[in-house]
Design a protein around this ligand. Structure first.
Ligand code: ZN
Length: 338
């Protein structure tokens, strides 16, 4: 029970909200600096978002809003005082940043700081809904992208995903339905997508493939290490993937001789489809996204394509390791091209 008069109570809440805004501003400034120094990578997290959720304990939506707000404040630092005054809030800042990134992806060009400031000025002191209208006016082409896909648990083992398809994507789903009609005339959308996902994973997931490696020139005998067959995928297995990023990083670090697909598959299986980076405190990165094959002893410095010298790293940690070997400046120039 708070022992305050009615006036005293209102006044106390007002000053607490003011304090909350000041702290929010400080938190965002600090999160932005952690991002700039990429400290989350040292700690064994593949992204700022991952660190905010798993280390700081924010919910996914709270982490996303803070990450996006911190990013726009890094670009337009003068907007930070407007959080304290209440003219800009976390949700609006986050929406602005999301649309700016979507616009940059669409145009392939970085938006200027001036243009970002102008957008922020348009949504100052707006409610969330009013800000949405003004942003839709400013980014008419991106209105559809602003409709976020909703993912929520609806039971112990069930997740509801709200997705918006393009006409073309929906036609593909219909085609799968036609093909499946012999075995299941009333297949639900989840069943149709399940069939499509199985077909994709069967073809693309290195953890599902049974590999029969052969010795070839440049390989060591260790490459034909016993291969296990996985029958049950680990959680998040559908995220396990490889990208061409490792070869791009290899290119920038002037290494030569790419890793053969069979060796790459072995490395990914050895890692169980999870980044192998370990932080100084022993924490292993949990990322299964954009896994790349990294040379422990850099290829450019004489490292071999042998299985003992290879490991799976997420893009963040592959870049971090490359940075330690080749310097941040060199890898920053690569990062800007991402
Ligand atoms: Zn990682």
């Amino acid at each position: 029970m708070i022992a305050l008069s009615n006036d005293g109570l209102i006044s106390a809440v007002r000053s607490l909200v003011k304090e909350e805004r000041r702290i929010t501003r400080e938190i965002l400034d600090h999160i932005g600096e952690v991002a700039r120094r990429r400290l989350f990578a040292d700690l064994g997290y593949s992204s700022l978002f991952d660190w905010l959720v798993k280390d700081l304990g924010y919910s996914e939506s709270a982490a996303y809003r803070r990450m996006q707000a911190a990013r726009i404040l890094q670009a337009v630092p003068e907007a930070s005082v407007k959080i304290e005054s209440g003219e800009l809030g976390l949700t609006v800042l986050s929406k602005v940043q999301t649309l700016i990134r979507a616009d940059e992806r669409r145009t392939g060009e970085k938006m200027s700081v001036q243009a970002k400031s102008e957008i922020l000025a348009k949504v100052e002191s707006c409610s969330g809904r009013e800000a949405e209208f003004r942003l839709a006016e400013h980014f008419p082409d991106l209105a559809a992208e602003a409709v976020k896909e909703k993912v929520r648990a609806v039971g112990q083992d069930q997740i509801s995903v709200q997705v918006t398809f393009t006409r073309e994507q929906f036609d593909k789903l219909k085609r799968i339905q036609e093909l499946m009609s012999h075995s299941d005339i009333e297949a639900s959308n989840a069943t149709l997508l399940d069939a499509a996902m199985d077909a994709f994973l069967e073809k693309k997931d290195p953890l599902k493939k049974v590999i029969r490696p052969r010795l070839a020139q440049g390989d060591t005998a260790a490459e034909v290490a016993p291969v296990f067959e996985r029958t049950k995928p680990p959680s998040n297995q559908c995220k396990a993937n490889t990208s061409k990023g490792d070869s791009q990083i290899a290119a920038i670090t002037k290494s030569t001789g790419s890793v053969k697909p069979s060796t790459r598959n072995l490395v990914l299986r050895k890692s169980d489809g999870q980044c192998e980076y370990r932080a100084p405190d022993g924490r292993r990165c949990e990322s299964r996204h954009l896994l790349e094959v990294d040379h422990i002893h850099a290829r450019a410095l004489g490292g071999k394509n042998s299985i003992e010298n290879l490991r799976a790293l997420c893009r963040t940690h592959n870049l971090m390791m490359a940075e330690q070997t080749f310097g941040r400046k060199k890898m920053d120039s690569f990062r800007r091209r991402e």
